[in-house]
Design a protein around this ligand. Sequence first.
Ligand code: UD1
Length: 375
Amino acid sequence: MGTMNGKRTLMCVAGARPNFMKLAPLIRQLSASESIEPLLVHTGQHYDDKMSGAFFRDLGLPEPDHYLNAGGGSHAQQTAEIMKRFEPVLLERRPAGVVVVGDVNSTVACALVASKLHTPVVHVESGLRSFDRSMPEEINRIVTDAISDVLLVSEPSGITNLRSEGVDESRIHFVGNLMIDSLRHHLEQARTLGVAAKLGMEAGRYGVVTMHRPANVDDLGSLSEILEALSDISRDLPLVFPVHPRTRGKLEETRLWEHADIRLVDPLGYLEFLSLMSESAAVLTDSGGIQEETTVLGVPCLTLRNNTERPVTIEQGTNRLAGTRKDGILAAWRELRNDGNAGQVPELWDGRAAERCVAVLERYLAAGVPTSAVR
Ligand code: UD1
């Protein structure tokens, strides 16, 4: 129990788009481990090919060992459905531990199931805090960290936050950023795709927009405010906007983008988006991960939020908080145009985070976690 081919099994959970690029390098590295065998569970939180399958192909992720097909719904419905479907899989496979990543509903759902079954939980991207509990992801981060046994941290603020919450030092491991492992691994390949040219854009002469936070896109008033700012900005710099499924319906209601130089496209695959971002002059986004990717690419980023759980991207990287009001966004845009901001790459965002994660996990499992902690 908890072993396969004489190795301890670690069950890695993928659910939504931003999980996939963090898991791919980890699974690749775990597969090379002499003492650990990875298993992959996909909860099905994201299910469209453009949100999931395309990422598995681009990132070279293996077929999941288990696909839970949990789908969407309200937060309670989605989280509960994932929990109900994950529990029997965990009881059947009885892994030595469960790895959850990031802050989506799949993360907290599977961490809860595992911890109640006394299976050690490993949280990748632990300790990030926006200190804004109106964000569903903040609740997911707080709950997941509180019940995780191994906390793998991507940036210094994660260590500070966990310490201030009283987490024992022995559980905190600063390993760096797995998402940046994926970026470094795929950048050269992505650059050959020339996605901007295919969209009729000139390298360095366009901006990229992404938006999917409920606070920004679910309410027509908030969305219109941001779109008005984007329309003005598009007179300086044409914008390409790959549209998340959550955002599409509302955008169609506003039609505010119609008279602006904003090109709406379907969600892009991992490599296509990396290609588009890497040749852009600026990125405007409410995503968490894109704040990190632009920092490494050296592309200026305006974050369409009032806070970030990734402060290192502001302190050291290319990111600025622009807020969600038209005037604020335009003021931040003017600053960006005047100053640019070269930024630097944060510590341990070097493409080798997976190696450090696996070293921590090998030590942790060797130190005598029960062969099957599952009751
Ligand atoms: C989720 C995460 C968010 C992450 C985002 C990245 C939570 C609480 N939120 O938000 O942190 O930044 O993913 O994309 O976990 N839909 C489709 N096809 C899909 C997936 C979703 O059409 O493949 C539509 C459905 O209508 C669904 C809605 O998008 O109900 C929202 O999906 P959901 O997973 O609930 O949240 P996201 O907004 O994608």
